[in-house]
Design a protein around this ligand. Sequence first.
Ligand code: GLN
Length: 255
Amino acid sequence: MKKILTVALAGVLAASMMFTGCSKKEEAKSEGEIPKTIVVGTNAEFPPFEYVNDDKEIDGFDMAVMKEIGKRLDCKVKIKNMEFKSLIGAMESKNLDVIAAGMTVTDERKEAVDFTDSYYTSNQYIIVKEDSKVKKISDLDGKTIAVQEGTTGDLVATGDYDSVKDAKVKRFKKGVDAVMDLKKGGSDAVIIDANPAQEFVKANEGLRLIKDQSSKEYYAFAIQKGNKKLQKAINKELEAMKKDGTFDKLIKKYI
Ligand code: GLN
């Protein structure tokens, strides 16, 4: 009897150990982790959110925010510069912990990555030559539109939001190359996010902006699917930065 009891007890003990061990492991897996070095992917072609500065460093609002978050979490931040359209794939293959690239939250992207709280609201603007007859987005139907590949501007030009119909879309790796194509007459317009659009028009003569305020979109940092720990930590620090004025200071400095 004693023996049977001992065996039974041992069995219960083993089962409960297995259970806690297993559930702990699962919990750890589903919660994700905050890495000691946060690898941040970006595309440094999107001023003022990310660009290469005069000292050849990757700079900009997103970079400054991520560096500050890294400091507050006591983590190193390593920046990887790549094509915009490669960012999500690099995150899916676990080569990035965070994407900080003025990335708009979209339903399609949400299938591949998770997002933090949004930190900036933007719109798509249209850039045309000063003498262009284009006045509003519907004037772009059937025209040739230059965009940065894989961006929401690309989706608008392609007609995904029922905004533009039957346009010929020319896709470039960099927004600035789309603008150069417009300047040399290769396309009728560029569709790109409001802030870089303003920067590109400022930096180039003979261009005009059409501000379409209807296309509101929200920027957020992307993180690997299921990394709740990092998501929560970034959200917490974003909120703290907003409360203590750091966020506004960076907005003033960069935007
Ligand atoms: N906000 C746009 C998007 O997410 C463009 C971002 C970018 O070009 N860096 O598609």
